[in-house]
Design a protein around this ligand. Structure first.
Ligand code: UTP
Length: 408
């Protein structure tokens, strides 16, 4: 894009302030800025504040049913596991780790997967633990499961380099694919684009719901299908106890006729600040703790357990048919008010003291609106959930390490 083209485009959308420092830039920086403007989908960008205004959740919230191991006899369990096993052994199963988040709360300077934990079994990077997980599956099933790692524009290079520098932790290189998710612009509260630095329009990763469009753009879904993959596990990078090849979960989802499954853990106390699975207007959904009043938070089922107890741990198993169906759909865009430093209209660097800009994100679970039902498998929290979210306190490296050590 030339300066003249950029000028014309920005004028059309009333965003000429992005060129405020153009004349002070070096030739290289000018190219960078023009490139960063060229990458923007202006029609979408200019409507972000409107389309994301409020996510109005329609429909009555009702409870869901989930299953756990104790709901099945040992014969049934064997049958279900055999189905899951056959899917893994026939190479009809792949795994995607979403590692495009910023990990702001953890405060680690690199991608979250490059964070090292001091475990009973030695000092290990989070990504290394996932490789161990996949190696174990190889030992059990004799199959190297194809592993896809979703990165962001901001951390792609560093992530790939990290794996190269560590020789892929011994996993076959051709079984690991990296692909980068998309970005959405950051705007001021009026919906105008802003600069992050003098040569760069401010953008950020489009949320973990960006995964489906990214899979389409990079041909991942097509490749999975061509490889004969029928089921894809999608999880976050922050749960170090994730089971990357769970034959029971795969079997349960495959025989459920729902084309998708999720794992849940039981809420420990009614007031725990987690999102729980529910139905909304008859469709699967998640109700955030902030949306639940006291009655709903404390409501009990006939057996005395909490009515809304199945907490979301960002663990989705989707059929390839479903992925094909949703990969080109646009998920709703959610908006968050954040404190972010930026360059203002006069070219001055602004240090944020309070929330000042809007960040936009899609959430993976919003694909639920495109399905009729989901198979919910409730698993043992202590065995399957040890999140690394915060620097200290709850869900921190210290708590995740303790949970891991208790098991290993
Ligand atoms: P979180 O909601 O915990 O966000 O992501 P985060 O960016 O990692 O962390 P904070 O909020 O800045 O501290 C849940 C999962 O979704 C992935 C994350 O990498 C994590 O595995 N994610 C999130 C993406 O892959 N892309 C995104 O744009 C956002």
């Amino acid at each position: 894009m030339t300066y003249e083209q950029a000028h014309k485009l920005l004028k059309k959308y009333n965003q000429l302030h992005l060129l405020v420092s153009y004349n002070d830039l070096t030739d290289e920086e000018k190219r960078e800025l023009l490139q960063s403007i060229a990458e923007i989908d202006f029609e979408q960008a200019m409507s972000l504040t409107k389309i994301s205004k409020e996510q109005i959740n329609l429909g009555e919230i009702t409870p869901v049913t989930s299953v756990t191991d104790i709901d099945f006899s040992s014969e049934e369990k064997e049958e279900i596991k055999a189905l899951g096993r056959s899917i893994i052994c026939n190479k009809e199963y792949a795994v995607i780790t979403m590692a495009g988040g910023q990990g702001t709360r953890l405060g680690h300077s690199g991608p979250k997967g490059t964070f090292m934990l001091k475990l009973n079994t030695g000092d290990k990077y989070i990504f290394e633990l996932f490789v161990e997980n996949l190696q174990k599956a190889y030992e059990k099933y004799g199959v190297y499961i194809n592993w896809y790692v979703m990165t962001s524009v901001a951390n792609h290079e560093e992530t790939v380099e990290f794996f190269e520098n560590h020789n892929y932790f011994g996993y076959p290189k051709d079984k690991i694919t990296f692909f980068s998710q998309g970005e959405l612009p950051i705007t001021d509260t009026e919906g105008n684009l802003v600069l992050e630095s003098k040569e760069k329009v401010f953008k950020a990763a489009d949320g973990n719901g960006g995964i489906f469009n990214a899979m389409s753009r990079h041909g991942i879904t097509d490749k999975l299908k061509a490889d004969g993959v029928k089921w894809v596990l999608i999880t976050g990078v922050d749960n170090i106890l994730v089971n990357m090849a769970d034959e029971m979960y795969i079997g349960l989802t495959a025989r459920s006729n729902t084309f998708n499954g999720v794992k849940a853990i039981e809420k420990t106390i009614p007031g725990e600040k987690v999102g729980v699975f529910c139905k909304r207007g008859g469709k699967p959904s998640i109700v955030e703790y902030s949306e639940m009043d006291d009655d709903m938070t404390n409501a009990r089922a006939d057996d005395g357990s909490l009515l809304y107890k199945d907490a979301n741990i960002v663990n989705h198993l989707l059929s390839i048919e479903l992925l094909e169906k949703i990969q080109n759909e646009r998920l709703p865009i959610h908006r968050a008010h954040k404190s972010l430093n930026y360059i203002d209209r006069d070219g001055n660097f602004v240090i944020a003291k309070d929330p000042n800009l809007f960040k936009y994100e899609c959430f993976i679970f919003d694909y639920f609106s495109m399905v009729d039902d989901v198979m919910i498998y409730r698993v043992d929290r202590n065995k399957e959930f040890a999140p690394v979210k915060n620097k200290e306190g709850a869900d921190s490296p210290a708590t995740a390490t303790a949970l891991y050590n208790a098991l290993h």
